[in-house]
Design a protein around this ligand. Structure first.
Ligand code: ADP
Length: 172
């Protein structure tokens, strides 16, 4: 299969406002909502997303979504078609968990490919409540997406603040 390289774009703003096929959520393992980008997505998308997450918890993900994994649900009222939930690792100063953060981006793109998505918006997973240093989070995000084999045409990183935007811009 011949695939064109994915175009990586950067936007400063709110991920819930993006007109894309897929919005990726930096979820937690419970899938039942949290703060940060997770809270914003559930607020903007409405209760259909949480309903779909509850169905996942009642089925295949009874013990929650493992760190580094990704799963799709409806996007509810968002303009996107799907939300892909992925669970980033909590930053540890003593243990290298980079492979799990790499896995978040890879698995999200794999699920996006299964859905036939062409445009995907990503947040800077793990760099908020989970405290991953933004420069390293940006490096892992850009490197992983750049090297991924995917039919996705555009991967758009949506950065909430100037510092995160600058870190991603420097890496790109
Ligand atoms: P995690 O628990 O994986 O660290 P957070 O949601 O706490 O997830 O933070 C991940 C990143 O998302 C942070 O850089 C944070 O500033 C950013 N963020 C928070 N709200 C939004 C939003 N509405 N759109 C885009 N990014 C957001």
């Amino acid at each position: 299969m011949q695939v064109d390289p994915v175009a990586i774009t950067l936007v400063r703003g709110d991920i819930t406002r993006q007109a894309v096929d897929v919005i990726v959520n930096a979820a937690n393992s419970s899938l039942l909502g949290g703060g940060g980008v997770d809270g914003a997505i559930h607020r903007a998308g409405g209760p259909a997303i949480l309903d779909a997450c509850r169905v996942l918890r009642a089925g295949h993900y009874g013990r929650g979504l493992p760190t580094g994994a990704a799963v799709a649900t409806t996007a509810g009222r968002l303009t996107a078609d799907w939300v892909i939930h992925t669970v980033g690792p909590v930053w540890s100063p003593t243990e290298d968990r980079s492979d799990l953060l790499v896995s978040c981006y890879r698995e999200s793109l794999r699920v996006a490919d299964e859905l036939g998505a062409r445009t995907v918006a990503f947040p800077a997973t793990s760099t908020g409540v989970y405290r991953w240093p933004i420069d390293d989070g940006a490096r892992i995000a850009i490197e992983t997406v750049r090297n991924a084999k995917t039919a996705v045409a555009e991967a758009r990183f949506v950065l909430f603040d100037e510092r995160a935007y600058a870190a991603f811009a420097a890496e790109l």
